[in-house]
Design a protein around this ligand. Structure first.
Ligand SMILES: NC(=O)c1ccc[n+]([C@@H]2O[C@H](COP(=O)([O-])OP(=O)(O)OC[C@H]3O[C@@H](n4cnc5c(N)ncnc54)[C@H](OP(=O)(O)O)[C@@H]3O)[C@@H](O)[C@H]2O)c1
Length: 250
């Protein structure tokens, strides 16, 4: 079975490609570097020709509100009709838990991406994931003011990229669910506590301050803004295990 992974060179994309190739599938890791660009449309028709499944794991190079919205809207408008014309039988996309419950520019872009998928008529499964553990440093950096990192005490349940990729591969090989499925990490704790544990473990001297008013990429974080409200598939790798593996790899 031919499977195309758009963004197949990214953090989740490269891991998903490896899992699917190990399973013996013909996998195309598509990205601008390999001549497939969902923004210009270059190479899209050729890449999806003969594909049974397309997994969209691309991300916007810029996180600026307008750029993110434009990225996901343009990509959807180029990719989804090409898939429909090629007779693709399952479109899988990776989205984010809580994008309809917290208002920030990046989340608005992801909601627009989901809307285009649902309206496309393609058989689909949207996977909404919580934040990746690999994203903790970027979160700390974006919330830092000098040596102080202000983080909300709202609940947080980050997931390791390895667990995300395993779930994406499994979902892609199953029949389309025509709905949203949610995935999250095995541990749930206040956002500020997880970031503080992470910074301490990596010997980062910055101090984490619990701040209910602290924004996450511009959006307010209430107690349950960022965690699944209903049933979710849970990853196996918690923060301590992820740190142990990261240190072993370094
Ligand atoms: N970060 C989080 O905590 C989180 C949580 C839930 C969901 N997500 C979602 O997970 C997805 C994957 O994130 P990630 O961190 O794995 O992304 P990433 O590492 O930044 O990789 C992005 C991928 O997109 C490709 N790409 C960029 N522009 C493209 C274009 N015009 N056409 C085709 N491909 C393009 C890149 O190709 P090049 O390598 O050639 O640049 C790269 O392969 C994103 O959609 C994100 O919204 C993220």
């Amino acid at each position: 079975m031919k499977i195309v992974v758009i963004g197949g060179t990214g953090l989740i994309g490269s891991k998903t490609v490896a899992i699917l190739r190990q399973g013996g599938h013909e996998v195309v890791a598509a990205s601008p570097n390999s001549g497939v660009n969902t923004i210009t449309g270059e190479g899209v028709k050729e890449a999806v020709a003969g594909a049974t499944v397309v997994i969209d794991l691309a991300n916007s190079p810029s996180f600026e509100d307008k750029a993110v919205l434009e990225f996901f809207e343009t990509a959807g408008r180029n990719l989804l009709p090409a898939e429909a014309a090629a007779g693709v039988r399952h479109h899988v996309a990776l989205s984010i838990v809580g994008i309809d419950r917290s208002d920030n520019g990046y989340f608005r872009g992801k909601l627009a991406q989901e809307k285009l998928i649902v309206g496309s008529g393609l058989p689909y499964t949207i996977i909404r994931s919580t934040q990746f553990l690999e994203f903790l440093r970027a979160i700390a950096d974006s919330s830092a003011d000098g040596n102080v990192v202000r983080i909300s005490p709202g609940l947080f349940q980050p997931i390791a990229a390895d667990d995300v990729a395993a779930n994406v591969a499994e979902v892609a090989l199953a029949p389309p669910r025509k709905t949203i499925v949610e995935i999250a990490g095995p541990e749930r704790a206040p956002f500020n506590e997880i970031v503080a544990r992470y910074l301490k473990a990596v010997d980062d001297p910055r101090e984490v301050v619990r701040d209910p008013e602290a924004r996450y990429y511009g959006g307010r974080v209430e107690e349950r803004s960022l965690v699944p409200l209903g049933e979710a598939r849970l990853g196996h790798i918690g923060l301590d295990e992820w740190l142990r593996r990261s240190k072993a790899r370094a």
